[in-house]
Design a protein around this ligand. Sequence first.
Ligand SMILES: [Zn+2]
Length: 166
Amino acid sequence: MTDAKPQFRIGNGYDIHRLVPDRPLIIGGVKLKHPAGLGLEGHSDADVLAHAITDALLGALALGDIGKYFPPEDPRWKGADSLILLKNVVDLIKKNGWGITNVDAVIIAERPKMKPYINQMRSNMADKMRIELDLVSVKATTNECLGPEGREEGISSHAVALLHRL
Ligand SMILES: [Zn+2]
């Protein structure tokens, strides 16, 4: 029998933020305009896609979740740019001896239409992860007016990440 260490690790991440007035709507590092003037509530910039991806990366190495590294009660992360949080976690992944093979994510939102911004989101995420654009998939779907996303109470995101040993 071989005792070779596994060469791949997989992780999944999930996040949801409330839609509220007087907040920016930032998803995947892109500032969007909600037709009803709503944005995402949160201690940081509430970038739900960046948070789901960050959690997927941490999950792949069983390193906990985003709240462990960037606790909401810590004033340092108030209004924080979530792309910086993502970059910090990518550095941590590398330090542990792992590279990012690919990431696949989905955003669940009734409005606004994400399609025009998907490539910019992919590019922002790929830049921070220092990987090629074609290794980052971002998809969007409505929730067919069902559930909290469908009632526009919030926007959620799911992500999976595969890592390879460096
Ligand atoms: Zn979040």
